[in-house]
Design a protein around this ligand. Structure first.
Ligand SMILES: C=C1C[C@]23C[C@@]1(O)CC[C@H]2[C@@]12CC[C@H](O)[C@@](C)(C(=O)O1)[C@H]2[C@@H]3C(=O)O
Ligand SMILES: O=C(O)CCC(=O)C(=O)O
Ligand SMILES: [Fe+2]
Length: 332
């Protein structure tokens, strides 16, 4: 036993650490084959999306229409950025509100084995500071973000149709709005060959839910993402660099009065391979009221107090990753 700031820490032998799956709560025993897959080109997409959002708050999308070169060109530019010396990357930090961050996540003491770029999808960043070829980076980012937003809107419209809501653009209009408060993030998790002394040392990005409406994630061929099922079990999401993974965010859970489930997720680092993920977080305008849609309520009571996205966001940024933020806005 070793002593670390008053806590006993079990130091594991190499043989033990090879069985990562035995580390309490950290690695699930299997990769899941239960994650719903939605083919956007098929007529049953809307039904499958609604089912997946109710059961998991998470699904994988194929035939998404985003050209592979739009993805891989941005990915290779991002890898180039992360391979720069730390002092060159830190020129565009700290990430408050936007820029380069390293290990520190948010403002309340969360730490992970990750470095990242946090960008607004609307504001002009001083991209002249980003890497060796900032013009190229800007152009690739713009192409990527507009393709992803298009896919996000398509998915949100299928959701509305699947929920039998008359107004097809009830969710998507919030992302199309010029004031939409959407965020883009590129996470880089270097390979982590450290012998894990506790759960924390494997954590790339600690467990949390995403506060926005919808998140669209694409990663390279390194696994690490895990989602938490409603029964509390964690399952690993097999990587698939050609597909996108979609999360229901807290705001969509509220707008559907709890019918859709904002999924808890986290990322564990890989012993041998680095992971690069790019995530588009589709958010509403700051002054938008986040409240259950009347067509969903059908006479039922709202499960949530009334709040605007700005109120929720301000509250969120004062919390730690693992905190249950929506709990604060539930009606008793
Ligand atoms: C610890 C935090 C980081 C975060 C803001 C927060 O206070 C709680 C939510 C976190 C999260 C998760 C999803 C997105 O990655 C993110 C950008 C967001 O909107 O909420 C992050 C925030 C962040 O990294 O600043
Ligand atoms: O990097 C990933 O794969 C997921 C990270 C994540 O959940 C987030 O940035 O909110
Ligand atoms: Fe997330």
């Amino acid at each position: 036993m070793a002593e670390q700031s008053g806590r006993k820490v079990v130091v594991l032998s190499k043989a033990t650490t090879e069985q990562y799956s035995n580390i309490k709560n950290c690695m699930p025993t299997t990769f899941s084959s239960t994650i719903p897959i939605v083919d956007l080109s098929k007529p049953d997409a809307k039904t499958l999306i609604v089912k997946a959002c109710e059961e998991f708050g998470f699904f994988k999308v194929i035939n998404h229409g985003v050209p592979m070169e739009v993805i891989s060109e941005l990915e290779s530019e991002a890898f180039k950025f992360f391979s720069l010396p730390l002092n060159e990357k830190e020129i565009v930090g700290p990430p408050n509100p936007f820029g380069y961050g390293n290990k520190k996540i948010g403002r309340n003491g969360d730490i992970g084995c990750v470095e990242y770029l946090l960008l607004s999808t609307s504001q002009e960043h001083n991209l002249s500071l980003y890497g060796k070829n900032p013009e190229k980076f800007r152009c690739l980012l713009n192409n990527y973000m507009s393709s992803i937003r298009k896919m996000a809107c398509e998915i949100l419209e299928l959701m509305a149709e699947g929920l039998k809501i008359q107004q097809k653009d009830v969710f998507s209009k919030l992302l199309i709005d010029k004031q939409s408060d959407s965020v883009f993030r590129v996470n880089h998790y270097p390979a982590n060959s450290k012998i894990p002394v506790n759960d924390q040392s494997l954590i790339g990005f600690g467990e949390h839910t995403d506060p926005q409406i919808i998140s669209l994630l694409r990663s390279n061929n390194t696994s690490g993402l895990q989602i938490c099922l409603k029964d509390g079990d964690w399952i690993s999401v097999p990587h698939d660099q050609k597909s996108f993974f979609i999360n229901v965010g807290d705001s969509l859970q509220v707008m559907t009065n709890g019918r859709f489930h904002s999924v808890k997720h986290r990322v564990l680092t890989n012993e041998f391979k680095s992971r690069l993920s790019m995530i588009y977080f589709g958010g509403p305008p700051l002054d938008e009221k986040i409240t259950p849609l009347p067509s969903i309520m059908k006479g039922k009571e709202s499960l949530y107090k009334e709040f605007t996205w700005s109120e929720y966001k301000n509250f969120t940024y004062g919390t730690k990753l693992a905190d249950n933020r929506l709990g604060h806005f539930e009606r008793n």
